[in-house]
Design a protein around this ligand. Structure first.
Ligand code: PEP
Length: 252
């Protein structure tokens, strides 16, 4: 049985004051009781990881943890501006996003680079959240499964059975930050296609890997999405900025 995992992605938002208020509000809300057997996390910008780590430790809820939004593909050395996986581990991160569509689009990240990043995250004892998804044009021309299969195939080629220790986030680009959520059935169909592709490689890996959905998840559509058999949780962007909305999604 795969646990439901809900991860917030603040992107490039926040401040010391806003973050402190967010974590305190979410903690207080979660202390009132949460559905059993779920995991929650928030991916904060790099400069705020130390602050959020402390706040989350102070709150001491075993099911709430910290994540990061990116990582270097290199272990250490002369890579100015990069952040190593070992540093994120020291900041108590449990999850690290790799290959978010904003990084693929704005920073020309390739599937090969993303797989290298995922390896770094695994080697440091954390869980990579490997983001995949098609553009509106790719879906409108009927190529969405082919595109996502191509992205997954590159991860399988590099990560092999270590994929069992990863999460995959299916995030259709047309749904990210647009308010245009994929219907629960559209999302389920792609999650199923991903799981079947993983099963072509290894049945155990396919049944272990959590596949999260991301793209305009809100409190009012989360219940239907999370009820789907191959949707194992969500990656939440815009709605995670509001602690009450994030809480409502976590309780969905
Ligand atoms: C994201 O950026 O990962 C995301 C899913 O954003 P949003 O929820 O705002 O669509």
């Amino acid at each position: 049985m795969r646990p439901l995992i809900i991860i917030g992605n603040w992107k490039m938002n926040g401040s010391l004051a806003v973050n402190a208020d967010w974590v305190k509000t979410v903690c207080r809300g979660m202390e009132q009781g949460m559905p059993a057997g779920r995991q929650y996390a928030v991916c904060a910008p790099f400069p705020y990881l130390a602050q959020c780590s402390q706040l989350i430790q102070d709150c001491s809820l075993a099911f709430l943890s910290l994540g990061a939004q990116d990582v270097s593909a290199f272990e250490s050395g002369a890579y100015t501006g990069e952040v190593a996986a070992s540093m994120l581990k020291e900041m108590t991160c449990k999850y690290v996003l790799v290959g978010h569509s904003e990084r693929r689009q704005l920073h020309q990240e390739t599937d090969e680079l993303i797989a290298e990043k995922a390896l770094q995250v695994l080697d440091s004892g954390m869980t990579p959240v490997i983001c995949v998804g098609e553009s509106a044009d790719e879906r409108n021309s009927g190529r969405e499964v082919e595109v996502v299969r191509g992205q997954i195939a590159k991860q399988v080629a590099v990560l092999q059975d270590r994929l069992a220790d990863c999460l995959i986030a299916y995030e259709p680009i047309w749904a990210i930050g647009t308010g245009q959520v994929a219907s629960a059935q559209v999302a389920q169909d792609m999650h199923r296609a991903i799981r079947l592709q993983l099963a072509e490689f290894d049945g155990d890996v396919a049944s272990h890997v959590g596949i999260l959905y991301g793209g305009s998840v809100k409190p009012d559509n989360a219940v239907e999405l999370f009820a789907m058999p191959d949707i194992d949780g969500g990656l939440i962007g815009g709605a995670s900025l509001n602690p009450q909305d994030f809480l409502a999604i976590c309780q969905a």
